[in-house]
Design a binder for this molecule. Structure first.
Ligand code: APR
Ligand code: PHB
Length: 394
């Protein structure tokens, strides 16, 4: 027997995209159900990046989930780019008048899940066989199974917020879907440690042995990364080896302030650029990682997801409140223009700052010239700063 449910917007995926969308819709009286294949514990323990554009900060505040972020987050006015021992600060605030906020995505997810559940949202965790159906119909459906029972949700719209490995994107007919991808020939090994950060601001470093990033989660918790081979396994990297390698790549002066210790999280992530077009099929709309992936070098993954969801929530609210579907019609086009600009910035930062095995002597000179151009040109710094603090929504 199939158990029936009904809602206005069925959201697939309980990551930051799906949760924030549900919250923004709820704030305008629009009902949603969220389905996720993972457990709540699984979702709340995923470690991801930690830099928020100011637009994302404001969106979370306006949504009513900014309280802990404003207390525990750390505003940053700049960051450093280092190249073979030379270092230059990008003065975000001086160049754009804006800051970014250091606050872990894991914490945002916890804040959102807590608020959504407290407000009575139906979030179905550990749902299996989630499947959008009849998405071009006026009332599409989503089916799933939970605890051995089969459910069917009837809705007006489906939001595919189910990340890169989700089912939503796969529902698009091949005849209308175009995908674009670049796989980078290396990964990032990330380490979390309960020690104060090596510097007050982030440092992105290109060294002849590979990229390194010094980041943080709080005044007492640091997050560090080094570029590694895709063949490497986490067990190949003892803490000792990691600290040694990081120290070399950030240089002796910076490393003199490095507080090392036992890591409590260590993982390797591949780097990928990916976009699927369009972001809408019938009444199914994609948002966040379901539609695009950026390499983490510009700290854009979550911010891009927040921008999509701001646009999608506005479009849905306009449709429900004013019977105006024009923003739904332009959703995909509006998002994709911004998505490609953010893809460009993330690709640019990744290309400038990593060691590529197949780079010629000329390519390496180009990387150095990019860095020298940034150091010598305020216009180049401003362009980086504008992208880093976040491009306008439209
Ligand atoms: N059925 C139901 N849920 C699914 C399915 C499926 N077939 N496939 C994936 N999901 C769920 C995942 O379990 C996950 O909780 O969808 C959610 C997608 O969440 P994210 O991957 O966090 O994607 P998104 O919400 O778009 O967030 C984008 O957060 O994940 C980071 O790197 C990402 O920073 C980016 C931002
Ligand atoms: C992080 O803190 O995890 C982080 C920061 C900046 C990035 C990527 C990751 O560009």
């Amino acid at each position: 027997m199939t158990l029936k449910k009904s809602t206005q917007v069925c959201i697939i995926g309980s990551g930051p995209s799906g949760l924030l969308l549900s919250q923004l819709l709820h704030n305008e009286g629009i009902d949603s159900i969220i389905l996720d294949r993972q457990s709540r514990e699984g979702i709340e323990s995923r470690i991801r990046a930690g830099v928020l554009e100011w637009g994302s900060v404001e969106a979370l505040q306006q949504a009513g989930v900014g309280e802990r972020m404003m207390k525990e987050g750390i505003p940053h006015s700049g960051f450093d780019i280092a190249f073979d021992g030379d270092r230059h600060r990008i003065d975000l605030e001086g160049l754009t008048g804006k800051q970014v906020m250091i606050y872990g995505q894991t914490e945002i997810t916890k804040d959102l899940i807590g608020k959504r559940l407290a407000e009575g949202c139906d979030i179905v965790f550990s749902a299996t066989k989630v499947q959008p159906l009849n998405v071009t119909d006026k009332r599409p459906t989503v089916t799933y199974e939970k605890d051995g029972e089969v459910f069917e949700i009837e809705c007006d719209y489906i939001a595919g917020c189910d990340g890169y490995h989700g089912v939503s994107r796969k529902t698009f007919p091949a005849s209308i879907q175009k995908t674009f991808e670049r796989i980078y020939p290396f990964g990032w090994l990330g380490v979390m440690v309960e020690k104060p950060p090596v510097a007050h601001e982030l440092i992105y470093a290109n060294h002849s042995r590979g990229f390194a990033l010094c980041s943080m989660r709080s005044e007492t918790r640091s997050r560090y990364y080094v570029q590694c081979s895709l063949n490497d396994k986490v067990v190949d990297w003892s803490d000792e080896r990691f600290w040694e390698e990081l120290s070399i790549r950030i240089g002796p002066e910076t490393a003199a302030n490095l507080q090392t210790g036992d890591s409590f999280e260590k993982s390797i992530a591949p780097l990928r650029s990916f976009v699927t077009e369009p972001m809408r099929y019938g009444n199914l709309f994609l948002a966040g990682d379901a539609a695009h992936i950026v390499p983490p070098t510009g700290a854009k993954g979550l911010n891009l997801a927040v921008a999509d969801v701001r646009l999608l929530s506005r479009a849905l609210i306009e449709d429900y409140k004013n019977n105006n579907d024009s923003h739904l019609e332009t959703y995909s086009k509006t998002c994709l223009k911004r998505v490609w600009k953010v893809e460009r910035f993330s690709w640019f930062m990744s290309t400038m700052l990593h060691q590529f095995n197949d780079f010629s002597g000329f390519d390496k000179k180009m990387q150095r010239a990019e860095f020298d151009n940034i150091v010598d040109s305020e216009a180049a710094q401003r362009n980086i700063a504008e992208n880093y603090v976040g491009l306008p929504l439209e």
